[in-house]
Design a protein around this ligand. Structure first.
Ligand SMILES: C[S@@+](CC[C@H](N)C(=O)[O-])C[C@H]1O[C@@H](n2cnc3c(N)ncnc32)[C@H](O)[C@@H]1O
Length: 277
């Protein structure tokens, strides 16, 4: 069988099992089977697939049909135009988090040498995307999960930013050795009642406590003394959490300016706060 026929067959099987975006999903499974990149995939559609490769594809397809996300099977996910290694120790990056990077970049680009903390870095997407777009920035990347930090470190090496990103293991802002210009964070914000504990992603990366805001709330209470005067706090939040987060920040920092930006589908997604100078 040729690659293009196998691609077509794989897509049919995925579609028959109600899996969306079969062109991308099928491509990922075949690329993982053949260990080739996207360009090689489309250049070699006429290539023959060996019986051994068909067996490997079948195994990967079965994992996908049992619900394992394509990102864990292929071992990578694209974010901000970059490839990141992922496994089931880390959350699979979500496109809405690109807004958090955009927003931080638009503010940090105005500073000469911004000092940034990415709290709950996971596989390192926020810290690394910022480092690559802010060549003079120094970044702390924290996570309470040591296995997640190991993946972040791997991605820092992969993207050549290991000298500017310092991984720190610990709870929220506690490991920060000095106050920073920016605290940027996509903490877990799923309500416990909405958690899918049978899923493949780490519960630690999703579980936001009873109302989803337990960790965000604790972080807000730790900001004092960790953010420099004129410094920014930028948080990704979930649907319906705007009011609770802005009210809390307003009560903790009555002289700060607070703003909220929506994502592409109009959900309030990024809360930003700037302290007075
Ligand atoms: C929603 S994931 C975000 C991962 C990554 N920043 C992203 O945007 O894809 C939340 C991350 O916060 C970490 N985390 C959870 N509780 C934490 C805590 N108390 N202190 C630091 N990190 C925490 C989790 O291990 C996980 O990596």
């Amino acid at each position: 069988m040729r690659l293009k026929e196998s691609f077509c067959h794989t897509r049919q099987v995925l579609a028959a099992n109600n899996i969306d975006n079969t062109p991308l999903e099928g491509e990922l499974l075949l690329r993982q089977t053949l260990k080739i990149n996207r360009v090689q995939f489309y250049q070699n559609l006429e290539q023959q697939i060996t019986p051994k490769q068909q067996d490997i594809l079948q195994e990967l397809l079965e994992r996908r049909l049992k619900g394992e996300p394509a990102a864990y099977i292929s071992g990578y996910r694209e974010f901000y135009g970059l490839d990141f290694y992922v496994n089931n120790d880390v959350l699979i990056p979500r496109p809405e988090t690109e807004h958090l990077v955009d927003e931080t970049l638009s503010l940090a680009q105005k500073q000469r040498m911004p000092l940034i903390a990415d709290i709950g870095t996971g596989c390192g997407i926020i810290a690394i995307s910022l480092a690559l777009n802010l060549p003079r920035a120094k970044i702390y990347a924290t996570d309470i999960s040591a296995p997640a930090l190991k993946i972040a470190r791997f991605n820092c090496y992969k993207h050549g930013v290991v000298d500017r990103i310092k991984p720190l293991n610990g709870d929220l802002l506690e490991p920060l050795p000095e106050p920073v210009d920016f605290i940027v964070s996509n903490l877990p914000y799923v309500r416990q009642s909405e958690l899918d504990t049978r899923g493949f992603e780490p519960v630690l990366a999703l579980d936001g406590g009873v109302d989803g805001l337990e960790k965000i709330r604790r972080l807000c209470h730790q900001v004092n003394g960790k953010l420099l005067p004129g410094g920014y706090l930028l948080l990704e939040i979930g649907q319906g959490q705007r009011e609770a987060v802005t009210t809390l920040l307003d009560s903790l920092f009555p002289t700060a300016d607070i703003d909220v930006k929506p994502d592409l589908i109009g959900i309030d997604r990024i809360v930003s706060m700037v302290l007075p100078q």
